[in-house]
Design a protein around this ligand. Structure first.
Ligand code: ARG
Length: 493
């Protein structure tokens, strides 16, 4: 005879290798807290609906409170013999109070609705944590932008020098990008924060349960009513990992810039010594390993996304064990995205952008010449196409004599040959990198004023996101303490 809780129909115990292959206790350690909370809410509901009488409910309540407190002090060790967190918790309760009472907790529920509910509870908290980590990063990016507004950076397209930009414009570009990641995380939270408990195995139950009550006690925003869908859908996991994957892809672009800008050839960024490592053989080396690793870790999260999409596409409705493979890669992607955001944040605030080098490069790489062409259009009424040609030829000629746009006399003479008169100060105005940056004052442009307007807008969005994080956390905290105190009352009956 099998010793399992579900053993009635079985003649023998599960094969040891099969148990090893199928049990999930290591992965489930992250779910213990939520599984206990879920059981607390379920019990309160069963008792309130008259499904489990006071004497049994009171005994189960005391044992759940004990388990909850034990687990807070010292995370409970799960026994692989009992397959997963759900059967471990049920077994521990039954060991404390005996099968007559303990055996009643699993009325009107199934591991199928439990596991997805636990996962939703854990994931929603991690989404809040990741959102907060990102919000802190954005906060500092905006601070850096504020502090450097008006300093120069090199702007590239095709990784070729394009136009000088405001350093604050560079920092705030990442803030603008990451704010969309926050929006996506909030969407993921919305899809995740939905209660599946009470769906039971797949078809609901004949017991008169109250699903709204557990939704409220577990701090969910709403109930996923359709039981077959609730137990067999993991598209919320796909959505969350896809948000994580996009974050990683955005972080990776920053990481690539850190690696490239900090190379000797660019010399635009100095990474702090504490964020780099040396070579065991080449004494001169300082490698930007944090950036390299952020890029390297992207594949893990893309891998997790590919895995969950693959699991989801191939299962019939109703719980299938394929679904238990949703968690290991989800856990890994949570850890990866959280640590990658945090370390990228610290790397960014400790690195120093070399504005003087950027100024020198902007002179040498002719990246202000677009503004000379613009000036020919505005002050000399020359069609832009002609202005482009005249300016392009100037660049070629200056390059031939190994000079650059600082050679104002040469520029003035060259323009005169083309019957264009510009004063030296007019020339200075349209070819000096700092002046050119200030002139790009269209909304969303790189001028200090345009950037400062964007910083203000982004700060406004950021404070709304902060408020949302606080309110969401507060709601969960209140839900847990309400559940706990109602359970306490029940235990004292
Ligand atoms: N351990 C399973 C998982 O992680 C939950 C139990 C599912 N139910 C079952 N009958 N095996 O998805």
């Amino acid at each position: 005879m099998s010793t399992k809780l579900w053993a009635g129909v079985f003649n023998k115990d599960v094969d040891a290798e099969v148990l090893d292959y199928t049990e999930t206790t290591k992965i489930d350690t992250r779910l213990v807290h939520y599984d206990i909370w879920g059981s607390m809410a379920h019990l309160i509901m069963l008792n309130e609906q008259g499904i489990v009488a006071h004497d049994a409910a009171s005994a189960i309540a005391s044992s759940l409170l004990e388990l909850h407190d034990e687990n807070e002090k010292n995370p409970l060790a799960l026994n692989p013999q009992y397959e997963d967190v759900h059967l471990n918790i049920e077994t521990l309760i039954t060991q404390k109070i005996g099968p007559e009472f303990g055996g009643r907790l699993h009325t009107a529920r199934s591991r199928n609705d439990q596991v997805v509910t636990d996962t939703r509870m854990y994931l929603r908290e991690e989404i809040l944590n990741i959102t907060e980590t990102l919000v802190l990063f954005i906060d500092d990016l905006l601070q850096l932008a504020d502090e450097t507004n008006g300093r120069l950076a090199v702007g590239y397209t095709h990784l070729q020098p394009a136009q000088p930009i405001n350093l604050a414009f560079w920092y705030s570009a990442y803030a603008s990008m990451f704010l969309r990641d926050v929006e996506r995380l909030r969407d993921s939270f919305r899809y995740t924060n939905v209660n599946a408990l009470g769906a039971c195995a797949l078809a609901g139950t004949s017991f008169n349960i109250n699903r709204e009550l557990t939704t409220q006690l577990l701090g969910f925003n709403s109930t996923l009513y359709h039981s077959l869908d609730a137990t067999s859908s993991r598209d919320f996991v796909s959505h969350a990992i896809s948000s994580f994957a996009i974050i990683m892809s955005n972080l990776s672009r920053l990481a690539e810039e850190v690696v490239v800008w900090s190379s000797h050839e660019f010399g635009l960024l100095t990474v702090d010594d504490a964020f780099a490592t040396g070579s065991s053989i080449m004494p001169q080396k300082k490698n930007p390993v944090v950036g390299e690793l952020v890029k390297g870790k992207v594949g893990r999260v893309y891998g997790a996304l590919m895995q969950i999409l693959t699991i989801n596409k191939g299962i019939t409705l109703g719980y299938n064990c394929d679904l238990q493979e949703d968690k290991p890669m989800l856990w890994d992607s949570i850890d990866t995205v959280k640590s990658s955001v945090s370390i990228s944040h610290r790397q960014m605030t400790t690195s120093i952008y070399q504005s003087e080098r950027a100024t020198e490069l902007c002179w040498k790489n002719f990246s202000t010449v677009t503004e000379l062409a613009n000036m020919l259009v505005t002050s000399k009424n020359i069609p832009f196409r002609d202005a482009h040609k005249i300016s392009g030829t100037l660049v070629r000629k200056l390059a031939e004599i190994q000079s650059d746009l600082r050679n104002f006399d040469y520029i003035q003479k060259y323009l005169a040959e083309n019957s264009i008169t510009l004063s030296l100060s007019e020339i200075r105005e349209c070819v000096s990198p700092d002046k050119v940056v200030s002139r790009q004052s269209s909304s969303g442009g790189t001028s200090p004023k345009a950037v400062s307007d964007m910083i203000t807008d982004m700060r406004n969005s950021l404070s709304q996101h902060k408020l949302w994080i606080d309110e969401s956390r507060q709601k969960l905290k209140i839900a847990l303490s309400t559940t706990r105190s109602r359970l306490q009352k029940l235990s004292q009956i």
